[in-house]
Design a protein around this ligand. Structure first.
Ligand SMILES: Cc1cc2nc3c(=O)[nH]c(=O)nc-3n(C[C@H](O)[C@H](O)[C@H](O)COP(=O)(O)OP(=O)(O)OC[C@H]3O[C@@H](n4cnc5c(N)ncnc54)[C@H](O)[C@@H]3O)c2cc1C
Length: 412
């Protein structure tokens, strides 16, 4: 690629994938003054947002129109050619072309791969039987919504963020829900033990039957499915939902000879191993300063990745990164996590263990705030985000004191 460059800056940019990473990249390209041609290729009808698929959309509280990522006029406003219902099938860097599934080509001086991922299939016998659902796309959500009728026996496999949200939505829809998850509690790396325990207990309180086990197989029984666990427990199901993470198809990246390792490897500017190809969002694994590779499968990380890739393409400085942040909604509570709760640090609690609202802070040995997670305390997380960005070492007593407004932490 780099066929037509104006002073080293690509003129014609092709973005493959109209998820939050692709849309954020286009926005940023125009904000940064890119006036060249932008083509957005997406295999779907119109770019939509995924988080509602397990929440408001599954519950029937939001329709397709409500979950569009951008309004229809956005493409004209941004002067973007949208090639919807088309898939990129091959990147041809040497010729400056992206090949589409209808045999046409999009000329490109630079390409952003923002193709996301696909739901991980359950690798056990019966894992692909009819009636076994995953949840990644609008089509998945529509078919799941049809199956989650009142009284249906739903077995959700996987108690991570999406599995837990589906279990919660299924209960709200009147289903009889069983959640099978081998780890008790799940999500400790994301939210810490205290919050993970509280969240996992909520399933039982909401009427979900929790089975702590692996799944050995799914059987096609007369009139229903049977999920058989590792310990041999049989769970009858009218509908099975598998929520065990995602994988990244690598065909497109491989067609351009890009370096991959369970995703496309990129640097901080989201440059791949080819100088004219960038990658951002769920499909990218970003090389960290210590050399490790990291993929953050959250909305805000995809948005930031798209923006960083835009800056990288135009040779402009990186936008200031925000600490990693995600949210989740289940059983009527709002969960947020920011920064790093994985690394060993000192945990400080704001609130009473096991009760709502609850926030946990992870402090480094030198007192700096590394990460925080909260249930129903958005103000605490908003303040924690700013403290983490500033590299601040807040007073642990103030963090723990529920009578102190989180905004006061920022004044010190
Ligand atoms: C059900 C669900 C609930 C979630 N809830 C939350 C939440 O509450 N909070 C949170 O922080 N995160 C949540 N996430 C995660 C978040 O939605 C993702 O991290 C984010 O959507 C990733 O954006 P992306 O742009 O990288 O990929 P995607 O959103 O997957 O978009 C990729 C796009 O590329 C297109 N595409 C793929 N291959 C091709 C091709 N060859 N040619 C053309 N187009 C192609 C796809 O059709 C898709 O439109 C949720 C995810 C799911 C699935």
């Amino acid at each position: 690629m780099s066929v037509r460059n104006t002073g080293g800056v690509p003129d014609r940019i092709v973005v493959v994938g109209g998820g939050v990473a692709g849309i954020a990249a286009v926005e940023e390209l125009r904000t940064l003054g890119h006036s060249g041609k932008i083509t957005l290729i997406d295999s779907g009808e119109r770019p939509y947002d995924r988080p509602p698929l397990s929440k408001a959309f599954l519950l029937g509280e939001a329709d397709l129109e409500r979950i569009q990522l951008v309004p229809e006029h956005w493409f004209d406003d941004k002067d973007v050619e949208l090639r919807a219902r088309r898939s990129a099938v091959r990147l041809r860097p040497a010729e400056g072309l992206v090949e589409l599934d209808d045999g046409s080509h999009a000329p490109a001086d630079a390409v952003l791969l923002a193709t996301g991922g696909v739901a991980r299939a359950l690798p056990v016998p019966g894992g692909d039987l009819p009636g076994v659902h995953v949840l990644r796309t609008i089509e998945d959500a529509l078919s799941l919504r049809e199956a989650l009728v009142p009284g249906a026996r739903a077995v959700v496999i996987g108690g991570g963020l999406i599995g837990a949200e589906v279990a919660s939505s299924a209960v709200a829809l009147g289903c009889e829900v069983t959640l099978v998850e081998p780890v008790d509690p799940p999500l400790v790396p994301a939210v810490g033990t205290e919050i993970a325990t509280l969240l996992h207990r909520q399933h039982t309180q909401a009427g979900v039957r929790v089975v702590t086990d692996t799944v050995a197989r799914i059987e096609d029984s007369p009139g229903h499915l049977t999920v058989v666990t590792g310990a041999g427990k049989a769970c009858a199901a009218d509908v099975v939902v598998v929520g065990i993470g995602m994988t990244v198809p690598e065909d497109l990246a491989r067609s351009a000879g890009l370096d991959t390792a369970d995703g496309v490897i990129v640097d901080a500017f989201h440059r791949t191993s080819h100088p004219a190809v960038f990658a951002a969002g769920d499909n990218a694994r970003v090389r960290q300063p210590d050399g490790t590779l990291c993929r953050r499968e959250h909305w805000q990380a995809a948005q930031q990745g798209g923006r960083a890739a835009a800056a990288g393409m135009l040779g402009q400085p990186l936008p200031t990164p925000d600490p990693d942040w995600f949210w989740s909604d289940r059983h009527g509570v709002h969960v947020e996590g920011v920064g790093d709760l994985r690394s060993a640090g000192r945990h400080v609690l704001r609130g009473v263990r096991g009760k709502l609202p609850l926030t946990v802070f992870n402090l480094a040995d030198d007192g700096r705030l590394l990460g925080a997670a909260a249930v129903d305390d958005t103000r605490a997380i908003a303040a924690a985000r700013r403290l983490i960005s500033a590299g601040a070492a807040p007073d642990p007593e103030l963090l723990a004191d529920t009578s102190v407004n989180p905004r006061a932490w920022l004044r010190r």
